[in-house]
Design a protein around this ligand. Sequence first.
Ligand code: 5GP
Length: 115
Amino acid sequence: MDYDAQNVFAKILRGEIPCAKVYEDEAVLAFNDIAPQAPTHIVIIPKKARPCVAACDASDTEMLGRLQLAAVKIAAEKKLSAYRLVVNCGADAGQTVFHLHLHLLGGRPLTNVLG
Ligand code: 5GP
């Protein structure tokens, strides 16, 4: 899949539209989801331009690890006792923004949504 540089997260990364930033380092940006599905709903994105996880390869190993470790760090800062990390890959899986991202959801009991 080609990367569309006009996607909304690319615009957030370029500062063209605002976000409620939660965390940033040299590889990762995290911000509150605009339509939260839980009391804590944070989107964690790489600064690397990748449309989805299926577009990643071995050169992205460190970046993928950094995304997850950023989620763990944010969850600890938010004092979440339990949380869920979600990655949608492809429109039929619910992906609507084609810049790779992790959803960090918490702050309420999360019922089973797998399948
Ligand atoms: P997906 O459905 O692609 O896995 O997740 C995309 C997420 O991005 C959705 O939860 C949606 O609410 C969020 N989102 C879409 N547009 C914006 C925006 O402009 N700002 C923020 N903060 N979140 C957005």
